[in-house]
Design a protein around this ligand. Structure first.
Ligand SMILES: Nc1ncnc2c1ncn2[C@@H]1O[C@H](COP(=O)(O)OP(=O)(O)O)[C@@H](O)[C@H]1O
Ligand SMILES: [Mg+2]
Length: 363
């Protein structure tokens, strides 16, 4: 290998220690390095920045320079043209988040999962109820139009009331303003949606729903980390996202896919929630790992993402959910409820929720 080539390899390796502000993985893994050249002891880096940015953040510039300093190399940063700038794996240019769709919402949190049935809706509803219980004005948007479970889990079949024009009011339940396709459907309606319809529908839920002033809006995204989810994530300014998995489903590959997807829309993936992670014996209190140990930890270690919570398998989580009373409301002293409250606190800190601004509505 020539010296130049070896130096470029060393530079690339050094950049593996540099993270993009707000993203938990390094800029090499996120595909932000479009090219490296060596010119008279300088490494010229062609950077693809997320969100169509043309200037690297100051922190990033400083960290990249610091990474090369021990190699005796200077760092010159160029940015790739924004139109061709999404990180690796992107299929289109980065979006312009339509922040003005939700001018009165302080923070938007997306709850995602690689697969269905892992408890994404259970986590979404309990988190929303925990935020509301902590005094935050909270909304819950069920964007999973293929499997809307909000009506069952929150225990409401109330139809959203018209608010003039195309607008409608969310339904308030357990102190949370709720909207779901399930609230508009009757038993005879077909639930066959094509991609573009789904995107249009979510936009309506954001634009035409009279959310009013909210501290936090929780969005229960459809399962998967593909194009549909990416489109949905592009419809709104998201402040952070969670990835829900179970110990059996936990796969580094899925987490990295989720990371890439959210990186494309400049959304920080805050961490992993391992659901149905263990079972606590009601008789002796011992913790039993039904599906093996350490799945979440392994993923956290490999992906650099924090494991934010481990929610036990608890028959009451399912029973209260099926009865329309999330466990956070029905059994606030249970272990699962405590874990959801802690998760809400952790997540609230990370998305900059601070103190409650408005008092939650009641119903
Ligand atoms: N921690 C848990 N303990 C027991 N049952 C759970 C738990 N989390 C979810 N469930 C149950 O598993 C099923 C799937 O959960 P759900 O939240 O609907 O998943 P998803 O939205 O990912 O498809 C539901 O019947 C739910 O009650
Ligand atoms: Mg669901």
């Amino acid at each position: 290998m020539s010296d130049d080539k070896a130096n470029l390899e060393r530079a690339r390796e050094a950049f593996r220690s540099v993270t993009y502000p707000g993203f938990p993985r390094d800029i090499v893994t996120l595909g932000m390095i479009a090219g490296l050249e060596l010119l008279d002891g300088r490494v010229r880096v062609n950077l693809r920045l997320p969100g169509g940015r043309t200037e690297p953040p100051d922190d990033l510039r400083r960290d990249m320079e610091a990474a090369l300093a021990p190699l005796g190399l200077a760092c010159e940063i160029r940015t790739a043209a924004p139109a061709a700038s999404p990180p690796a794996g992107a299929s289109r240019a980065a979006p312009t988040p339509e922040a003005d769709l939700l001018p009165e919402v302080r923070a938007v949190l997306a709850v995602s999962s690689a697969k269905g049935g892992v408890g994404k809706s259970t986590v979404s509803t309990n988190l929303a109820c925990a935020f509301a219980a902590a005094g935050f004005a909270t909304g819950l948007l069920d964007a999973d139009v293929y499997g809307p479970s909000l009506p069952i889990l929150m225990g409401t079949e109330e139809r959203p009331k018209a608010a003039g024009g195309n607008q409608f009011h969310p339904v308030v339940r357990h102190g949370v303003k709720c909207i779901s396709m399930g609230l508009f459907l009757d038993e005879k309606s077909p639930v066959i949606w094509r991609g573009p319809m789904v995107a249009g529908l979510l936009q309506q839920f954001l634009r035409d729903c009279v959310w009013g002033a909210l501290d936090v809006l929780v969005i229960d995204l459809p399962p998967g980390t593909g194009d549909t989810q990416l489109t949905l994530a592009q419809q709104v300014r998201l402040d952070g996202a969670l990835l829900v998995t179970t110990p059996q489903e936990v796969a580094v590959r899925d987490v990295v896919r989720g990371l890439r997807m959210f990186a494309q829309v400049q959304v920080p993936l805050l961490g992993v929630v391992e659901n149905m992670s263990h079972f606590r014996c009601p008789a002796c209190g011992a913790e039993e790992a039904l599906f093996g140990h350490g799945g979440g930890e392994r993923v956290a270690e490999a992906s650099g993402l924090p494991l934010l919570a481990r929610v036990p398998v608890e028959p009451d989580v399912r029973a209260h959910g099926d009865a329309g009373e999330p466990i956070v409301c029905a059994a606030p002293d249970s272990e699962a409820a405590r874990i959801f409250h802690e998760l809400a606190t952790t997540v609230g800190e990370r998305i900059g929720l601070g103190a409650a601004r408005t008092s939650a509505p009641h119903a």
